[in-house]
Design a protein around this ligand. Structure first.
Ligand code: PLP
Length: 344
C-alpha cells in the first residue's frame, strides 16, 4: 500500500515553516539566544518551547515502547485528528468513514475541513459491520475512524474485524485509543509495523489525568509522522504543558493504581445499576464510563441534575435511544450516584 499517493497534492509540496529553534542545532555550551525576538529576561516562560518536544517524547517513547520517530504530539487528540484530515482529505472531494454511535469530533473536524462524511452504523452489538463498511467506501474515502474502546458505547471492537478493515480498506485507518488504559485489549501500537496505513491516537486526558493541559499522542509510521510534522503549528505544545506532562509521567505508577481502582469501581457500579428496575440495560464497558438504557432518558437525566449529579444524555445518538453515559468517579462519588438513582 502506497501511503504517499494518499497525501493531498498541495501538502506534498509544502516546505514546513522553519522556526528559529528548528534552525539552531549543534552548538553547545553557554549559549546566547538572539535568534527568536524573545524578551531576554527570565521569568520561566520567556523562551519559545521545544517545537519537537524531545524530552517529553522521550518519556512517552519509554512508556509506550514506541520509537520517537513514530510519535507526534498534538494540542489534545483533537489537533492530531484535525492534522490527519488535513493531510489526507481534499476539501469538497474526499470523504471519511465513521461508525456511529461514536465520538462526535470526527464529524465536527470533517465539517470544518469541508470533507464529506460516510456513516456506517455499528451492529446492535456495537461492532463494526466490516462488509457494509468496505462496500460503503469509495475511491475518495481517505480515512476510517475506529474508536476502540468506543465512546459512548464503552466496548472494544473485535480484533479480527479491525484486522480485516486494516487489510482491506485502501486508506488510512485511525484507531482512537483514548480509553485503552481501561481495557483488557492490547493496544494496536504493538502492531504498527505490520500495517503501513495504521494510525493510533491516544491522549493524556483520560487515565493519565491531564485533560487540562491538552496533550494528544499520535503513533504511526515514520512517513506519516513526518508529513504530519510538516503541517503542524511549530510551537503546538506550550512549555507549561510539556513540563507538567514530564513531571506527571514520572508518577505513572500512581496512574496505574488509579486505573485499577476505577476498573474495580466500574464493576461495583455495574452491579448496582443492574439491580435498578428503570434501568433496562447495563452495557459491559472497557472504558471509564458505562452506557445504560433507561425507561426515559430525558426524565432521568433531569432528575439526576436536580440532585446535583451531571451525566451525559446520549438518547439522540443512533442506536442509543434512552441511553445515558455515566463516568466512573471516586468511590464516594459513585456511591452518591447509586443512592441518588435508588431514590428516584
Ligand atoms: C475524550 C476523548 C478524546 C480525547 O480528546 P483530547 O482532545 O485528547 O482531550 C479522544 N477521543 C475520544 C473517543 C474521547 O472520548
Amino acid at each position: 500500500m502506497n501511503i504517499y499517493n494518499l497525501i493531498r497534492p498541495s501538502i506534498k509540496e509544502i516546505k514546513p515553516y522553519s522556526s528559529a529553534r528548528d534552525e539552531f542545532k549543534g552548538a553547545t555550551g553557554n549559549l546566547i539566544f538572539l535568534d527568536a525576538n524573545e524578551n531576554p529576561f527570565d521569568n520561566g516562560v520567556n523562551r519559545y518551547p521545544d517545537p519537537q518536544q524531545l524530552e517529553l517524547k522521550k518519556s512517552i517513547s519509554k512508556l509506550k515502547q514506541v520509537p520517537i520517530e513514530n510519535i507526534l504530539l498534538g494540542n489534545g487528540s483533537d489537533e492530531v485528528l484535525d492534522l490527519l484530515i488535513r493531510v489526507f482529505c481534499e476539501p469538497n472531494k474526499d470523504n471519511i468513514l465513521v461508525l456511529p454511535p461514536t465520538y462526535g469530533m470526527y464529524e465536527v473536524l470533517a465539517n470544518v475541513n469541508a470533507v464529506e462524511i460516510i456513516r456506517v452504523e455499528l451492529s446492535v452489538a456495537f461492532q463494526p459491520d466490516t462488509e457494509l463498511i468496505l462496500k460503503s467506501a469509495n475511491a475518495q474515502s481517505k480515512i476510517m475512524f475506529l474508536c476502540s474502546p468506543n465512546n459512548p458505547t464503552g466496548n472494544s471492537f473485535e480484533t479480527a474485524k479491525v484486522e480485516e478493515l486494516l487489510k482491506k480498506f485502501k486508506g488510512i485507518v485511525v484507531i482512537d485509543e483514548a480509553y485503552i488504559d481501561f481495557s483488557e485489549q492490547e493496544s494496536w501500537i504493538n502492531r504498527l509495523r505490520e500495517f503501513p496505513n495504521l494510525v493510533i491516537s491516544q491522549t493524556l486526558s483520560k487515565a493519565y489525568g491531564m485533560a487540562g493541559i491538552r496533550l494528544g499522542i499520535c503513533c504511526a509510521s515514520e512517513e506519516i509522522i513526518s508529513v504530519l510534522n510538516t503541517i503542524k503549528p511549530p510551537y503546538n505544545i506550550n512549555q507549561l504543558s510539556q513540563q507538567k506532562a514530564i513531571e506527571q509521567l514520572k508518577l505513572s505508577n500512581v496512574v496505574l493504581q488509579q486505573t485499577e481502582m476505577l476498573i474495580k469501581e466500574r464493576e461495583i457500579v455495574s452491579n448496582e445499576l443492574n439491580k435498578l428496575k428503570f434501568i433496562t440495560k447495563v452495557n459491559p464497558s472497557d472504558a471509564n464510563f458505562i452506557l445504560i438504557k433507561v425507561d426515559d432518558a430525558d426524565k432521568r437525566y433531569g432528575q439526576l441534575m436536580k440532585k446535583g449529579i451531571i451525566i451525559r444524555n446520549r438518547t439522540n445518538e443512533p442506536l442509543c435511544e434512552n441511553c445515558l453515559r455515566l463516568t466512573i468517579g471516586t468511590s464516594i462519588e459513585n456511591q452518591q450516584l447509586i443512592s441518588a438513582l435508588k431514590s428516584l
